[in-house]
Design a protein around this ligand. Structure first.
Ligand SMILES: [Zn+2]
Length: 418
């Protein structure tokens, strides 16, 4: 990865251009950057720097030009190697910050130019964000929650933002805004944190409403981690902006989709980030790998054998939600569990298996992801005036999202970084 000072004008040309808005790909497309911004977009014969101006040309004869990708769900503190969250959270902040620096550099090199971090310990992502701004580290544009709000002992409580009751959660939101939170993340239900219960609501509705109202007062969007259906319903009743996981868990641990609730998700326009790779894709690969090498114990063998059926059920839920009009965004949950900062194409591929077209999956990782973060005015599509975040992939990601592994070039704020 190299970083050089850009010429005043840079012309990026490729075999195809996909602007992130879902329309047809442009044959022989081009983007003209002026400094850190997009100045022109279109077919190569229509896009040129002003007569006589110095221009640096980056040609990708096999490449499709896309907006820089946006991942709405990452955990920079986490190693993405399967380490349990309770163990990761035992680490010192210094180690977590170093892991975050490594992850952010890796992800930018994969063509992901904007990420939303969904929860980190203490001030580690704040420090990273400041470090990137000062040139001490390299990484995508960061939208951070600092720490997720959670009930006492709730999911991710170790990160530093336990709050109970209306007064405490209101104070919690104000404290996070004061620190520099770009949005507010809430553990609406439990998760894999051992002291929490993923099949039950954590916050009561009055607490959740207070969080959402207070956050919106300060112009901050709110994203809620919700595995249990009771939590999904609370998300909708509180007017939350994004539902994460949306696993439809019953109190007894089963999973049953509720068509009446799907209808409400579509009506309210809440974004849904189902984290399919983190829950279903990457763990299966990991287990299969173990089966092929050291072998599995009886419990693991049973889990692997039942995987196909569980996966089919989950993809069936996604399909039902897609048909019902829910709006999906790409968010990998990378760092968490066995998901390293290198597999955004896997999440997109699973969304395609769940019923999105490959082009819709691209839109879910560009335009719609940016929209769901409240950043669409600045980025997420290749349009004049937006920041010069551009990623080029060899192949045709709008036809096969797995081509996203073939990174050919990455521009971040007008600077070529790959
Ligand atoms: Zn997460």
């Amino acid at each position: 990865m190299t970083t050089t000072t850009p010429a005043p004008y840079q012309l990026i040309t490729g075999k195809l251009l996909v602007d992130g808005r879902g329309g047809r790909a442009v044959e022989r497309g081009a983007v003209l950057l002026e400094g850190s911004k997009i100045r022109m977009v279109g077919a190569v014969n229509e896009v040129a720097a002003p007569e006589g101006a110095p221009v640096e040309v980056h040609d990708f004869p096999e490449g499709t030009i896309l907006p820089g990708l946006v991942d709405v769900h990452t955990h920079l503190n986490y190693p993405g190697d399967g380490t349990h969250t309770d163990d990761v959270m035992e680490e010192e902040d210094d180690i977590l910050l170093m892991q975050s620096i490594v992850n952010s550099r890796l992800y930018l090199a994969k063509g992901v130019t904007t990420i939303r971090d969904n929860g980190a310990k203490n001030h580690t992502t704040l420090s990273l964000k400041k470090g990137i701004a000062r040139g001490l580290a390299t990484g995508p544009r960061l939208s951070i929650c600092v720490n997720p709000l959670t009930i006492t002992g709730g999911h991710m409580w170790q990160m530093g933002a336990e709050a109970d009751g209306v007064d405490e959660v209101v104070k919690g939101v104000r404290r996070l805004v004061k620190l520099g939170a770009d949005y507010i993340k809430v553990a609406v239900t439990g998760g894999t944190t051992k002291t929490s219960d993923r099949n039950r609501a954590a916050y009561n509705l009055d607490e959740l409403k207070a969080i959402v109202d207070e956050s919106h007062k300060f112009n901050r969007l709110v994203a809620g981690h919700a595995h249990a259906t009771a939590g999904i319903v609370n998300c909708l009743d509180s007017g939350i902006d994004m539902i994460i996981h949306c696993s439809w868990n019953d109190a007894d641990g089963g999973s049953t989709i509720r068509p009446d609730v799907v209808e409400r998700i579509a009506e309210t326009g809440s974004w849904v980030n189902p984290t399919l790779d983190q829950v279903f894709g990457a763990p299966r690969e990991k287990l299969q790998e173990k089966a092929d090498t050291v072998g599995l114990d009886a419990e693991e063998r049973e889990r692997l054998d039942g995987w196909g059926a569980r996966m089919e059920d989950r993809l069936g839920q996604i399909e039902q939600m897609v048909k019902g009009g829910a709006r999906f965004v790409t968010g990998t949950d990378c760092g968490w569990g066995p998901v390293p900062f290198s597999r955004i194409h896997k999440e997109m591929d699973l969304l395609v298996q769940g019923g999105l077209t490959p082009m819709q999956a691209v839109v879910s990782a560009t335009q719609d992801a940016a929209d769901s973060l409240g950043l669409l005015d600045e980025l997420g599509t290749l349009e004049v005036g937006k920041v010069g975040d551009v990623a080029v992939f060899n192949g045709e990601p709008h036809r096969d999202v797995n081509d996203i592994v073939n990174v050919a070039g990455v521009f971040h704020g007008g600077v070529r970084v790959v």
